[in-house]
Each structure stands twice: as C-alpha cells, then as structure tokens.
Design a binder for this molecule. Structure first.
Ligand code: SF4
Ligand code: SF4
Length: 504
C-alpha cells in the first residue's frame, strides 16, 4: 500500500467519530440533500451532489475500516484514486445546509471534514498550492497565508499610522485581548482600523498581543488538522494567560466563532481557560451601555448569515440585533437565518483560483437573493463571506462601478459610530486607547513602539522591501492618495531610527 494511502486510511480509523460514522452508514440514498446544496443546484452536475461527494469516503471507509465492508464492494484505494477525488472535497464549504434537507438529518459536512483530515494526513494536499500554503504557513509561521508576524505588524503599523489610530500591545491585566483573523489581516488589513477605533472611542481596556498574528482557525476548516488546531488554540489561550487577561475577543469570522464557541472544548478535551466573546457581541454591549454612541446609517441594507455563525453556531439573532442598531432599513433575504444560502467561498473555495469560475457560476443563486432585496449594500459578520460576496457583487453587477457592494457588519457600525461622534464633535476619541493615555504605558506598549522595535530587529531591511512591493499596501495607497508621501516619510524615518540605534 502506498504511504499516502496508508496515512489516509489510518486517519479514517483514528478520526472517525459518531456523527460521521452515522452519516456514512445510515444514508438512504434518497438524494434529498442535493435540493439544498448550491454547488449541485447551480450546476446540476451529479459529481457535485452531496451524496456523490460523500460516497467516495463511504467506499473508502467500507473497504478499509469496516470488517465486513469488502462484501459491499467498491474498488480498492490507490494513490491515483485519492488524487482524482481530492478536488471534490474542496468544492464544498462544509456549510451544513444539506443536513437540513436530509430526512435523517445526516451530516455530510462531517464526512467532508473527515475526508479533508485524511487528505491532509496523506500529504496529497501539498500538491494543491492553496492548501499547501494553509498547511505549511500554519505549521511553520502560524499564519495560513504564510506571512510573518513582523510583516503583518509592519503593514498594519503603517495603515494605522496613516489613519492616526494607536493600538495597545502586550498590556498586562487589560480587560480583554483582541485577536483578528488571518483573512482580515492579510487581504484587507485596513478593515482592522474600524475595530480598534471603536474600542478606543468606547474607552475600553484592551490589548493586542505582539506574539500572535491571528486566531489560526483556517487550519481547522480549510485543512482539517486537529493537532495543529489544538496548537493554535493553546497558543491563544497561553497568550491570554501570560498577559493575565480574562477574556479573548475574536473578530468577525464565522470559522473563528465556530471553533472558539463550539469546537474548542472538544479539540482540547476541556473548556478554554479564558472567556471568549465575539466582537459583535461586545459592540452590541457597548452600544447598549452608551459607551459607543451610534447613529443610523441611511439606505437599505440586507444581512448575509454566515453558515458557521448562524446555522452552525446559533448567532443569527446577535447579528440582527446589532444590525438593527445602525441600519435605517434592514431587509431580510429569502431564505435567511439557518436556511440562508452559503457565500460559497468559506473554508477553502475562495482561496483556490482553480474554483473561481465554478464558484462564480453557482453564486448566481446568492446574487439573485441579494438583488431581490433591493438593498444597496449587503453586510455580514464574517470577513471571508464579505470578500466572497464582494466578488459576487462585482461578477453580477450588484456593486457600483469602482465601488463596493459588500461590507462587514462592523464597518456599518463604525460608520454609525463616526456619524454619532462627529455630531458631538468627539471624533478624536477614536485615536488613543484608554490604556495608552496612562503615562507609564504610553511609551513602551504602543504600535509606534512595536514598529520601532521591528526597525531595530535583524531582517528589517528585507521586511521593508517586502512591504514596498506588497500588493495589499499598493491597493491601500491607490485608495488613499495622501498616504503615499506619508509612507515615504515613515519608511525613511524608520530606516534612520533603526540605523542610529544600531550605531549606538
Ligand atoms: S455542506 Fe454545503 S456545500 Fe457541502 S455538500 Fe452540503 S450543502 Fe453542499
Ligand atoms: S438526504 Fe440524507 S439519507 Fe438522503 S442521500 Fe442525502 S445524506 Fe443520504
């Protein structure tokens, strides 16, 4: 038996759990699940039917794990068969919608996640560049897009410098530690302005960790590697304990919510040692207490339910309550909540260029849902959904030329907060975190201090060269023409500061 096939089968045996086992054994072959899956509905392709996708694993399981399975036949596994089957398991977002249509409530998503785990352990995912990046980046750099922590901080440092916003690093005994998502800090780091700005405006006692880049949950969803997932969770927990903060606040990411709210205890075999709160829950709390003033944002808005957040974690009401605080007119899509159609990009498909044409094709269903609301914007509490829906809006003419059609829910809250702060002449409140107003913390715990530290570290010249060539930074500079001269002045200053420190 090939080594890859042996590892694949071993993983099926060791990671098979009750939910997947029942879905493998009890399926009636009625094919009702196809009536709920956008990938099948949007193409009619039998190969994209949930039953067809899971059948490959059903046969593999029967041949290799069930003592009497060989009686039910099916060809033997080979590396070639695995290689041919692999792409199908990433033409799925593990959204769980098909379970709603199944008369037995079987979870195809758990079978697909088991298959992903087995493909990951077999090593065959390394032949797919996007999956390789998630696996190796998470393993070697603790970042699924394979960016170093220093580079992420450097880029974010400039963007926050341009926005005139400070953030606190490594402040012990703050009330909470905020941890963003990889897709947020990689694809749209300027979005991360809104959260610290609102936390600053509300006078919150919070900190960011200089040792973490993000929550790391891509490894649990895009590539299902439970060992690495545990490592990532433990690192977040350890950092909160080191800083003696009682709560970790996670950003708008459906996978983060699902992992930290639902899966963490199962992965660790115990509850996390710190409390976890989703940022939207905190924002709602701050609006309710009056610490974060908001005004309603004019225009008709519709809300997209992220599968991992609403269907699979039950936070649909929270998103609606928060949206209800800031929208002038909120219109529901049909269907919505647990029955909403997926964005079709999460847990892998958005990151895989080989899926682009198919993903856009099946997203006509999503585009029609959005169009029928007559809304000028779609908001969602998930960064991956937001990015995928932006692509849907561009593909199907739902966004104004050169503009955006899709937004994070927190962006809308930020718009409402800025309007309220402006009305009070209090916009400057967004700039400085409460903790950095304390003289003893101001010097050493700011983003400016973190950037000075980077400027004096070995490898800074290479990091700066990377930033100069970075496509995301260039997008930011194009969108903010006044940022370009500031960037030149900022980098010159940093080079000078780093050099003089080195000379000293
Ligand atoms: S989990 Fe979602 S994408 Fe995957 S087969 Fe089921 S309905 Fe389709
Ligand atoms: S609806 Fe349920 S029982 Fe029917 S084919 Fe799909 S998974 Fe099997």
């Amino acid at each position: 038996m090939d080594d890859s096939v042996r590892k694949f089968v071993d993983t099926l045996r060791t990671e098979l759990h009750a939910e997947a086992l029942v879905a493998l054994e009890a399926c009636l072959d009625c094919r009702q699940c196809g009536s709920a899956c956008a990938w099948y509905l949007g193409t009619g392709d039998p190969a994209l039917h949930p039953k067809h996708k899971t059948d490959f694993l059903r046969q593999a399981y029967r041949r290799s794990c069930n003592p009497l399975g060989w009686l039910r036949g099916g060809p033997a596994l080979s590396e070639q068969r695995l290689r041919e089957a692999l792409p199908t398991f990433w033409k799925c977002t593990t959204c769980g919608r098909c379970t709603l249509a199944c008369p037995l409530g079987l979870s195809n998503r758990s079978v697909i996640r088991l298959a992903r785990a087995a493909f990951a352990r077999s090593g065959l995912i390394l032949e797919t560049p996007a999956l390789r990046q998630v696996f190796e980046g998470s393993r070697d750099q603790r970042h699924s897009f394979a960016l170093s922590r220093d580079r992420i901080h450097l880029r974010m440092g400039f963007i926050l410098h341009h926005a005139g916003i400070e953030i606190p690093f490594d402040v012990p005994r703050a009330d909470f530690m905020y941890v963003g998502s990889a897709v947020g800090n990689t694809r749209f780091p300027d979005l991360d302005i809104a959260i610290p700005a609102m936390l600053n405006a509300a006078g919150m006692s919070y900190t960011i960790s200089s040792r973490l880049t993000d929550t790391g949950t891509d490894i649990e969803h895009v590539v299902v590697d439970r060992e690495l997932s545990r490592t990532m969770l433990l690192e977040v927990e350890a950092e909160a304990l080191r800083l003696q903060v009682p709560t970790v606040v996670i950003s708008e990411c459906g996978c983060d919510v699902r992992t930290f709210y639902i899966e963490a205890a199962e992965l660790l075999g115990r509850p996390l040692a710190v409390r976890v709160q989703a940022i939207d829950s905190l924002l709602l709390q701050l609006i309710g207490s009056g610490d974060l003033p908001v005004k309603r944002v004019p225009g008709r808005v519709t809300l997209h339910d992220p599968c991992k957040l609403t269907r699979l974690s039950g936070l649909g009401d929270l998103a609606r309550e928060l949206a209800g605080q800031v929208t002038g007119e909120l219109v529901e899509m049909s269907p919505n909540r647990e029955r909403n159609y997926c964005c079709n990009g999460g847990t892998g498909p958005l990151r895989m260029p080989e899926n682009n044409d198919l993903r856009r094709h099946i997203s006509r269903i999503k585009a029609d849902q959005i169009r029928a609301t007559g809304a000028s914007r779609v908001v969602t509490p998930c960064a991956v959904c937001m990015l995928t829906l932006e692509d849907v809006c561009q593909t199907y003419g739902l966004a104004p030329p050169g503009g955006r059609g899709s937004f994070l829910l927190s962006e809308l809250v930020y718009e409402g907060a800025l309007a309220a702060l402006d009305a009070r002449g209090a916009r400057d409140r967004i700039r400085m975190p409460a903790l950095l107003r304390e003289p003893k913390l101001a010097g050493g715990h700011s983003m400016a201090a973190r950037i000075r530290q980077l400027a004096n570290a070995p490898g800074f010249a290479a990091d700066l060269a990377w930033l100069r060539a970075d496509a995301v930074l260039h997008r930011y500079l194009r969108a903010n023409p006044d940022a370009e001269p500031l960037f030149e002045a900022w980098t010159t200053e940093l080079q000078r500061a780093g050099k003089s420190e080195g000379d000293a």
